[in-house]
Design a protein around this ligand. Structure first.
Ligand code: RB5
Length: 150
């Protein structure tokens, strides 16, 4: 598995914690910034990561900002991306099992690094269940294909 990870200035500490986790789990990743603590714009980090995941250059993405909400909104604009904002382990497991989410978003002003690590670990380890959930995801993909007119 190859993971693309990025944060804005509001998510640097959790990004570092998740990189340590990825190292421990032996998962390959690329860090797409940001490189400083001065204020940056979350779409500049969410959209490139989302596009790389949508194109299949990376299997999964992890995005962190202050709340995780801006990253989630931006990433989900990219066709083929299913970005889930998770601040608990149960949601992280279920969004993999039921939504086959390919990007995880978290907010550093909402949760601490310890919980973020547990959430990311569960999300990375949990498989998609398929079946009826694949049908439901298919309906979203079908909508994406026809958005803007049939
Ligand atoms: C930056 O101040 C903050 O707005 C950003 O990190 C994020 O929380 C947006 O959703």
């Amino acid at each position: 598995m190859k993971v693309a990870i990025a944060s804005d200035h509001g998510g640097i500490r959790i990004r570092e914690e998740i990189k340590t986790l990825l190292d421990e789990m032996g998962i390959e990743y690329t860090d797409f910034g940001c490189d400083c603590e001065t204020s940056v714009d979350y779409p500049d980090y969410a959209l490139p990561v989302a596009e790389k995941v949508a194109r299949g250059e990376f299997d999964r993405g992890i995005l962190i900002c202050g709340t995780g909400i801006g990253m989630t909104i931006a990433a989900n604009k990219v066709k083929g991306v299913r970005c889930a904002l998770c601040h608990d382990v149960y949601s992280a497991k279920l969004t993999r099992m039921h939504n086959d989410s390919n990007i995880l978003a978290m907010g550093e002003r909402v949760i601490g690094p310890g919980l973020a690590r547990e959430i990311a670990k569960a999300w990375l380890e949990t498989e998609f269940e398929g079946g009826r959930h694949a049908r439901r995801i298919g309906k979203i993909a079908e909508y994406e294909d026809h958005q803007g007119g049939k």
